[in-house]
Design a protein around this ligand. Structure first.
Ligand code: FES
Ligand SMILES: [Fe+2]
Length: 344
């Protein structure tokens, strides 16, 4: 098992949680998320304690969820508050497990670890989501592999020239200077390219773009699998606040050993009111992840006997440093978590 349990995991974009309940799989557990009383998000184990019907197939009424099989009704804490049968008794056996839940950065988060620990693990810090200069588009997809293989892909931007030829210029990798650093449990990879042809993507954000500009792509990874990538192009030696900037947040959720839910959001600081740019960015980003990255990562997995990349003794190239560091941190945290759980 390679899941870190003591973590807040993204469950859904806030705008996707409306009048109906959502059925999710996180760390091999089925979970139903819905808006309870006052519109506050709630997360319960997605099986009714009577015959284990998925509660996500039930109905929502006044912030309660009504099982679609025999009508038992549960509040957001998982307590059975109505039994439409016989004497109507609601016994404690009719309790559904609930999960701590929070709403932040336009997203619903679920705590999957030990309940006594949720207060000691604050929500992730993703300040780019609070940047008032950025306009966002959002997406999500399923990837048929372990989340660590997706992290490997995201921490390595040198694949862009080859896998996403429309997003980079030929020879881009040879011109790229790569630098990786680790601060505590955060890994940062910075890719710098001088006088790079302005990509089609950046031309959308930069109406009078010159033919070439200096490009910096700065990606930060946090455990278990949150990445924020900030790319800018400009004419100065280092990025300036007014340079066109594209930010992509990648939030990965292990659904199981071989399945990952991948939430992404792309923010930009220019052409902010253009619906056309929003639509192109949304479609282009989704297509790249879904039709280029996802099939390649799934094909990579098909050539591995397990998800333990290091055990396969891969050839490590210099730009793999970020991904290797991230894997080492997750391995150490998994060991720490096992020790902590043994002590609880
Ligand atoms: S299975 Fe839910 S009420 Fe019977
Ligand atoms: Fe990619």
């Amino acid at each position: 098992m390679t899941f870190l349990r003591n973590a807040w995991y993204p469950a859904a974009w806030s705008h996707d949680l409306g009048e109906t309940a959502l059925e999710l799989q996180i760390l091999d557990q089925m979970i139903v998320v819905f808006r309870g009383e006052g519109g506050h998000p709630k997360a319960l184990y997605d099986a009714c304690p009577h015959r284990f019907a998925p509660l996500s197939r039930g109905k929502l009424r006044d912030g309660r969820i009504i099982c679609g099989y025999h009508g038992l009704e549960f509040d957001g804490t998982g307590r059975c508050v109505r039994n439409p049968h016989g004497n109507g008794k609601t016994v404690s056996a009719l309790q559904v497990r609930s999960f701590p839940v929070a709403e932040r950065y336009g997203m619903i988060w679920v705590w999957m670890g030990h309940e006594s620990l949720d207060g000691s693990h604050p929500l992730p810090e993703l300040p780019l989501f609070d940047d008032p200069e950025l306009t966002w588009v959002y997406g999500q997809l399923n990837v048929r592999v372990n989340y660590e293989l997706v992290t490997d892909n995201l921490l390595d931007l040198t694949h862009v020239e080859f896998l996403h030829p429309f997003l980079a210029s030929p020879g881009n990798s040879a011109r790229t200077h790569y630098h990786c650093e680790q601060t505590g449990d955060e890994v940062r990879s910075v890719y710098t390219i001088k006088e790079e042809p302005v990509t089609g993507l950046f031309q959308l954000l930069w109406p009078d773009a010159p033919a070439t500009a200096n490009m910096v792509a700065d990606i930060v990874w946090q455990a278990p699998a949150r990445l924020s990538l900030k790319t800018s192009m400009g004419q100065g030696e280092s990025p300036a606040a007014h340079d066109p900037q594209l930010v992509v947040m990648h939030l990965l959720v292990p659904q199981g050993e071989e399945a990952t839910r991948y939430f992404w959001a792309a923010g930009r600081n220019s052409a902010k009111d253009s619906e056309n740019v929003s639509a192109m960015l949304k479609q282009g980003t989704q297509n790249a992840f879904e039709f280029e990255d996802e099939p390649m990562i799934a094909a990579v997995r098909s050539r591995m006997r397990s998800n333990d990349l290091i055990a396969h003794k891969p050839a490590i190239l210099p730009f793999d440093e970020g991904a290797v560091r991230a894997r080492r941190i997750v391995t150490r945290m998994l060991d720490e978590e096992r020790a902590k759980h043994a002590a609880i």
